[in-house]
Write a protein that binds this ligand. Structure first.
Ligand code: SIN
Length: 475
């Protein structure tokens, strides 16, 4: 691939489809290259080696593991442009956004390199004088992960960072649509000195086969998954067989609420970033907008004007803000939600042009009502349905009326309302007068069917550690 300066990042690639899977550019349909696929036996052998390597890795002082992670972090940052370009080529997001994801992904490595040294236990006041009680934290063992195509690097580092910092070894299956970024970022880990058996990237014949191996293998003690609620539920059921620990970051249906006391320009800016980041393909994207009737027209007009400034196209081109969606079936799903809403009475504020290839013209829909299909489904595309509301009680009921509970957003300048609404929203994350909430220093995760566990922050490493209680008697 000529576009990549540091060709060592691509050393994993195989020459043909006989040994790998073809990876295509969603902007052009062109085949970019072939990522290696492992046989079932090779994956099983890899897990055995991972288990052996984990013991040595866990025995290293946390500071030494942290130092290797720091080196990995530096190499990822040094290779930001190449990794960003590779990501745009295989995933489609605009170059600036892809480079932004590289930095975001690297931030998890850096954060957990630092946290490695802080996996403190506790001493506990004993109930009787002859005992001394304490806890220590230990790595769970071999951890595995299944990661999605929408954030080909950050969703891996957000799991690998804490796993390796905790002293676990780590085996990840990236999405078959975006494996090149995954293998490339792992290549930098090896260059940093992290052993190949400690961090493995594997692709199998198909995703289900690898999921089956991960959830049934007795040496794997932990599974972390980012993806749909439907698949997460299956993986949890499979993991129940031998009581594996799981972390699940699943679907969302984020409400974005604009109260009549909101700063409308700030709300529009927040709506743009929350809704249209990655062409609407994130689990935390605003999925449905509730706007107070008093400010509905103003918000819709300004929001649509901003949306008309988005430039759809190949993410490598200058000025493009919105790349393609990931597949033809994704495009069809998005379009059928738009068409269904229009049949039920919604209206596009500006005409939505039909584009070729995997491109979808961003659109704001007005006159949407809470009972429409588009409001209960995760859209995962650049479509913004806007609903009008009149009172806070009715609003909270509508906002919480979903099986999901990942992210939510609201705009208000009334401090009393801010606390009341923040507490009433049944979501793991709430953006208040803010549309971009993701950061390595805060706990990312959902409630209800949006998942279990938290990623990033000081909580993230606990997902990869067991607490052991030590009771010292005869004192
Ligand atoms: C996701 O869509 O799953 C992750 C989004 C983020 O980290 O901001």
């Amino acid at each position: 691939m000529q576009q990549i300066t540091n060709q060592s990042l691509l050393s994993f690639m195989v020459p043909s489809e006989d040994q790998g899977i073809a990876v295509t550019n969603p902007a052009t349909g062109e085949v970019l290259g072939f990522a290696p696929v492992s046989s079932e036996q090779a994956i099983l052998d890899g897990i055995e080696r991972s288990s052996v390597a984990q013991k040595e890795w866990a025995a290293m002082p946390a500071k030494a593991r942290g130092a290797l992670l720091q080196r990995w972090y530096q190499l990822v940052i040094e290779n930001k442009q190449d990794l960003g370009r590779l990501m745009t080529l295989e995933q489609g997001k605009p170059l600036a956004e892809a480079e932004g994801e590289v930095v975001y992904g690297a931030s998890f490595i850096e954060w957990f390199a630092e946290e490695a040294k802080r996996t403190y236990g506790e001493t506990i006041p004993a109930p009787s004088g002859d005992k001394r009680l304490m806890t220590i934290k230990q790595p769970v063992g071999v951890a595995c992960a299944i990661t999605p195509w929408n954030f080909p690097i950050a969703m891996i580092t957000r799991k690998a960072g804490p796993a390796l910092a905790a002293g676990c070894s780590f085996v990840v299956k990236p999405s078959e649509s975006t494996p090149l970024s995954a293998f490339a970022v792992a290549e930098l880990a090896y260059q940093a000195g992290i052993p190949r058996d400690v961090l493995q990237v594997v692709l199998g014949k198909d995703a289900r086969q690898v999921g089956g191996i991960f959830t049934s293998h007795p040496l794997i003690r932990k599974l972390s998954f980012t993806g749909s609620t439907q698949v997460g539920s299956i993986l949890m059921q499979q993991s129940a067989h031998d009581i594996k620990r799981t972390s699940m970051e699943l679907g969302g249906n984020a409400p974005f609420i604009v109260f009549d006391d909101a700063d409308i320009d700030a709300a529009v800016a927040g709506a743009m970033v929350s809704k249209f980041r990655n062409a609407g393909q994130t689990c935390v994207c605003a999925n449905r907008f509730y706007v107070h009737s008093k400010v509905y027209d103003e918000f819709v007009t300004k929001f649509d004007a901003a949306v008309q400034n988005l430039k759809v196209g190949n993410g490598l081109e200058q000025g493009v803000t919105t790349g393609p969606v990931i597949s033809e079936s994704a495009k069809q799903g998005i379009q059928s939600l738009i068409d269904g809403a229009i049949e039920q009475g919604a209206q596009p504020v500006s005409e939505q042009k039909q584009l070729d290839g995997l491109f979808v013209q961003p659109v704001v829909l007005k006159n949407v009502t809470h009972d429409m299909n588009i409001v209960s489904q995760e859209i995962f595309g650049p479509v913004a349905p806007v609903i009008s509301f009149d009172n806070d009680e009715q609003l909270i009921e509508m906002a919480n009326d979903t099986i999901y509970g990942l992210a939510s957003y609201f705009y208000s300048q009334n401090v009393h309302r801010v606390f009341k609404i923040a507490e009433a929203l049944q979501y793991g994350m709430v953006g208040i007068n803010e549309g971009l909430i993701s950061t390595e220093v805060a706990p990312f995760g959902g409630v209800k069917q949006s998942g279990i566990g938290r990623e990033g922050a000081k909580q993230g490493i606990d997902e990869y550690m067991d607490v052991k209680y030590l009771c010292f008697g005869g004192n």
